[in-house]
Design a protein around this ligand. Structure first.
Ligand code: ATP
Ligand code: MG
Length: 427
């Protein structure tokens, strides 16, 4: 049996990888438009980074994190999410001293040992941003607007934003007490894990997958969070800002985020039609994380989107299912006889120097099979170099999309191809 990729991991190739590339480039480009600079962090980190930030009683840490001891006995984790690493890097490189307010963008694989199913993988991919160093509600507005802008540019329509506030740490303490009182009657029926969570971190009972716990935890249709005056005002400002930015949201949904670092604003972007895995992006404020990881006290907010889910949602919403990146591109240079490969290569190279995607065959295939390959490779143009053409110092240029054909002189060839490909792009 040949070896296969591990369950919950996938190879990306062919058309699929082009669609990914469109999402990745779009995310990066729009993030730059909003002033976010890319940051790349390692895939492995000291496990304690996630214990301290995501939280020891969360499912991510208790059940989902890939964790191992290296030969030197260090406790290592494959990163399950991006925020903790970004904040670690922000502090490690003293951005709090040099930049103060920093707007960072990241993209890459994350790892969680979950049961693989549609839209849920063990290696999945996120892009996201973190705006570190401000408590202004306008930054929340910016982050949510950016999150939606990227999704829209990727072709996702019909996504809805669930918006809520979890309040400050004081509010959360009060809320935890209220939640305990609310759950007290059902407590004996909670699973063993939830019994422990009840005391340690009662909010995590809300994430339990056990149906009985879930029923008890969500029986009351009231938000588990109570807000102090300052947090209520902050939340009002976020909502006002979003309305001004014409971003619609639903603040009536009751939900929690399964990571401990959140405070105040939290949101999820949900796509319709994806079943249980309908959260394409999620985020919120984490005003204490920088301090908890050893930095000064400063507000921060961010989001992460799952690329697999974004693509699923785009597919679902696209009835005509036109592949996103399936446009003809570049030029295939076909030679009538193998003796012209050298001549052809010179042209191909010139085109490449001009930034034009140009390919050719080096194995002496027949002209017919070269033309077939050009079509298979999805090229826009085929340039045919034959002996008669070489004598006239000219090349035949065929447009595979239009079905048209013309003869171009050697001297005009590179310019002509570059021009045609540009107009094709604009069409
Ligand atoms: P879920 O509720 O679906 O488990 P989550 O709350 O655990 O999501 P976050 O940690 O907030 O997810 O991650 C943000 C986004 O990353 C999610 O909205 C989703 O799009 C994506 N994501 C999270 N876990 C996975 C996974 N195992 N496979 C694919 N995508 C994922
Ligand atoms: Mg999860």
């Amino acid at each position: 049996m040949p070896l296969q990729a591990l369950r919950g991991t996938t190879d990306l190739l062919g058309e699929e990888v082009k669609r990914w590339s469109v999402v990745e480039h779009t995310a990066h480009r729009i993030a730059q438009v909003y002033g976010y600079q890319e940051l790349r962090t390692p895939l492995i980190e000291d496990a304690s980074l996630f214990l301290r930030s995501v939280g020891e009683t969360t499912d991510i840490i208790q059940k989902e994190m890939f964790r191992f001891e290296d030969r030197g006995g260090h406790d290592i984790a494959l990163r399950p999410e991006g925020t903790a690493s970004v904040v670690r890097a922000y502090l490690e490189h003293n951005l709090h001293k040099t930049d103060g307010f920093a707007k960072l963008f990241y993209l890459g694989p994350m790892f969680r040992a979950e049961r693989p199913q549609a839209g849920r993988f063990r290696q999945f991919h996120q892009y996201g941003v973190e705006a570190i160093g401000s408590e202004s509600p306008w930054v929340d507005v910016e982050v949510i607007t950016l999150c939606l802008h990227i999704l829209r540019e990727c072709g996702l329509t019909g996504a809805v934003v669930w918006l809520s506030s979890m309040g400050c740490r004081n509010d959360q303490q009060r809320s935890a007490q209220l939640l305990r009182e609310r759950l007290m009657k059902g407590k004996p029926k909670l699973c063993k894990e939830c019994q422990a969570r009840f005391e340690k971190n009662v909010f995590r009972v809300l994430d339990c997958k056990n149906p009985t716990c879930h029923e008890i935890a969500w029986r009351s249709k009231v938000s588990p969070f109570v807000l102090c005056e300052a947090c209520a005002a902050h939340f009002d400002e976020v909502r006002r800002g979003l309305r001004e930015a014409s971003v619609s949201f639903d603040d009536t949904k009751i939900f929690t985020r399964g990571l401990d670092y959140y405070t105040r604003t939290v949101f999820e972007v949900r796509a319709t039609g994806l079943g249980a895995q309908d959260a394409v992006a999620a985020g919120g404020r984490y005003d204490h994380l920088v301090e908890e990881l050893g930095g000064p006290s400063m507000g921060a907010v961010g989001f992460a989107a799952g690329i697999e889910r974004v693509l699923m949602a785009v597919d679902h919403g696209r009835a005509e299912a036109a592949p996103m990146a399936n446009r003809r591109r570049g030029v295939y240079l076909a030679v009538a006889t193998p003796s012209l490969i050298g001549e052809g290569f010179r042209f191909v190279q010139q085109l490449r120097e001009h930034g034009v995607c140009a390919v050719m065959d080096y194995d002496g295939k027949s002209l017919k099979s070269q033309l077939r390959e050009a079509d298979k490779a999805n090229c826009q143009l085929v340039a045919i170099l034959g002996e008669a053409e070489v004598k006239q110092r000219a090349i035949t240029l065929k447009d595979l999309e239009q079905g048209s054909q013309e003869t171009v002189s050697f001297d005009a060839f590179v310019d002509e191809v570059s021009r045609e490909l540009k107009t094709l792009c604009q069409r």
